[in-house]
Design a protein around this ligand. Structure first.
Ligand code: HEM
Ligand SMILES: *[C@@H]1O[C@H](CO)[C@@H](O)[C@H](O)[C@H]1NC(C)=O
Ligand SMILES: *[C@@H]1O[C@H](CO)[C@@H](O)[C@H](O)[C@H]1NC(C)=O
Ligand SMILES: *[C@@H]1O[C@H](CO)[C@@H](O)[C@H](O)[C@H]1NC(C)=O
Length: 490
């Protein structure tokens, strides 16, 4: 048969199938804009600002609605009430992870971010417990972050107060923290192995956020038609996996089961303890993907928050001055800041919270999926349906945070200047899938920022009034425009 005829036949089948699927589901799913066959609502969504488009839809359809990215219905939850009802009150039902056809080819159900069911639960529980136990060990996680903060400041000093883009230094610092936790040691910022590792991770983040990747995820049959991109992505991943596997083997040879040095040691011990079990969750394949997940999830998120944070501090010198005054008063000049200081530094604590609230790093959260057929506010959501929760709608709620589009540490302070908590502070999401690295990330943000400000004055190259603090959506996160600054040693 003529290939064109085949193509036309196939397309018509798809068209009919998708129209049928959409119609049969519609009475039950939440309302939403009318989808076109095959492409769904894609034309009505601004891919450069998905979160804004979803906010626009919510004005018409309310806090719970359905949009079609391609042929797949996605239920969107907008606003604190709906997000909390799902992620917290119905935590178990909403704890599934939406599928990611490209990454699923790599992780094959292992690790934490893209796993589901029993394996997800066990790997996640183990990882949280291990991070907590390492936090109390001989060389605590706080020690590791403090060490890195000192090295970071050393590197910043080496710039000799000349203009620089801080991206590289901040990526090294956050990547090193994960290295130190996973494999025991940090690296020099010039170490070639380390630079290769960072390069592959950051390249992959670029591929992951590319429009092609989004398209392939919604139309998985296309994966084989963009071989260039996919091959680079799979090649980079293979490199990182291989690197991790080598380090795991090294650890195996030098393992002392009574003295775990790091995350990998703890994983190997767990593997040994569970090896008689029938359904093995703790395998080599799983330790490698879990490590890969922690690198992918823990490096760029934290470094982007720091980079954006420094930009906001440049833009608001009066805020920076107050933080530095608090550091001077509580920490002084003769020791490094530590986590105990935070409870005595309400202003700085509020600034770090406000940075995370304002930048709204992951605006639509990572996609969830419902683990079974459920009823939600009188709608029916079938098992496996993808669910997006708008974190923007929570972090920029204008009742909880008046003037949400303004950067104002007062959002987290009461009248007498004490730190004021908010249930709406959800940059790490909430419920059963909440970021595994929340504690670690908050420790890094506090220690890195205070150690930098203890030792350096930030100087902008242009009048702060002219700094552009708008963000761009890179497909995964809101990132700041690139900028330069000078670190002047104090
Ligand atoms: C400022 C820094 C960070 C932000 C804003 C952030 C934010 C998030 C968000 C929004 C999610 C999705 C939660 C959900 O699906 O409901 C997530 C998941 C995750 N994060 Fe983070 N994260 C940060 C740093 C880190 C770090 C340092 C680590 C490393 C330990 C990490 C490890 C993870 C993991 C493993 C998951 C998957 C959890 C699961 O699926 O069960 N994150 N993070
Ligand atoms: C949202 O709605 C506003 C006002 O109707 C419109 O100007 C804007 O372009 C829309 N934004 C997106 C991303 O759809
Ligand atoms: C930071 O400043 C303090 C006080 O001036 C100093 O003791 C410390 O060595 C500095 N840290 C680094 C990493 O330069
Ligand atoms: C800031 O940058 C954005 C994106 O490049 C641009 O659209 C906007 O006009 C700029 N704003 C100012 C005030 O320069």
């Amino acid at each position: 048969m003529d290939p064109l005829v085949v193509l036309v036949l196939c397309l018509s089948c798809l068209l009919i199938l998708s129209a049928w699927r959409q119609r049969s589901g519609r009475g039950k799913l939440p309302p939403g804009p009318t989808p076109l066959p095959i492409i769904g609502n894609i034309l009505q969504i601004d891919v450069k600002d998905i979160s804004k488009s979803l906010s626009n839809f919510s004005k018409v359809y309310g806090p719970v609605f359905t949009v079609y990215f391609g042929m797949n219905p996605t239920v969107v939850l907008h606003g604190y009430e709906a997000v909390k009802e799902a992620l917290i009150d119905m935590g178990e039902e909403f704890s599934g992870r939406g599928s990611h056809p490209v990454i699923d080819r790599i992780s094959k159900g292992h690790g934490i971010i893209f796993s589901n069911g029993k394996r997800w639960k066990e790997t996640r529980r183990f990882s949280l417990m291990t991070l907590r136990n390492l936090g109390m060990g001989k060389r605590t996680i706080e020690d590791r972050v403090q060490e890195e903060a000192r090295c970071l400041v050393e590197e910043l000093r080496k710039t000799n107060a000349s203009p620089c883009d801080p991206t590289f230094f901040l990526c090294c610092a956050t990547c090193n923290v994960i290295c130190s936790i996973m494999f025991q040691n940090r690296f020099d910022y010039k170490d070639q192995n380390f630079l290769n590792l960072m390069e592959k991770i950051s390249e992959n983040n670029k591929y992951l956020s590319s429009p092609w990747m989004q398209i392939c995820n919604n139309f998985p049959f296309l994966i084989n038609y963009v071989p260039g991109l996919m091959n680079k992505f799979f090649k980079n991943t293979a490199y990182v996996k291989n690197y991790i596997l080598e380090r795991v083997k090294e650890h195996q040879e030098s393992l002392d089961i009574h003295n775990p040095r790091d995350f990998v040691d703890c994983f190997l011990i767990k593997m040994e303890q569970e090896k008689h079990k029938q359904h093995l969750e703790f395998t080599f394949e799983n330790v490698v993907i879990t490590a890969l997940d922690l690198f992918e999830a823990g490096t760029e998120t934290t470094s982007t928050t720091l980079r954006y944070g420094l930009l906001l501090l440049l833009k608001h010198p009066e805020v920076t001055a107050k933080v530095q005054e608090e550091i001077e008063r509580v920490v002084g000049r003769h020791r490094s800041p530590c986590m105990q200081d935070r409870s005595h530094m309400p202003y700085t604590d509020a600034v770090v919270h406000e940075i995370q609230r304002y930048i709204d790093l992951v605006p639509t959260n990572a996609p969830h999926a419902v683990t079974c057929d459920i009823k939600f506010r009188n709608y029916f959501i079938p098992k496996g349906t993808t669910v997006l929760t708008s974190l923007t709608s929570v972090l920029h709620d204008d009742k909880e945070f008046p003037n949400p589009e303004l950067f104002d540490p007062g959002h987290f302070l009461d009248e007498s200047g004490n730190f004021k908590k908010s249930d709406y502070f959800m940059p790490f999401s909430a419920g059963k899938r909440i970021c595994v690295g929340e504690g670690l990330a908050r420790m890094e943000l506090f220690l890195f920022l205070t150690t930098i400000l203890q030792n350096c004055t930030l100087k902008s190259l242009v009048d702060p009034k002219d700094l552009n603090i708008t963000s761009i959506f890179n497909g995964l996160m809101y990132v700041p425009l690139s900028y330069q600054l000078c670190f002047i040693p104090v």
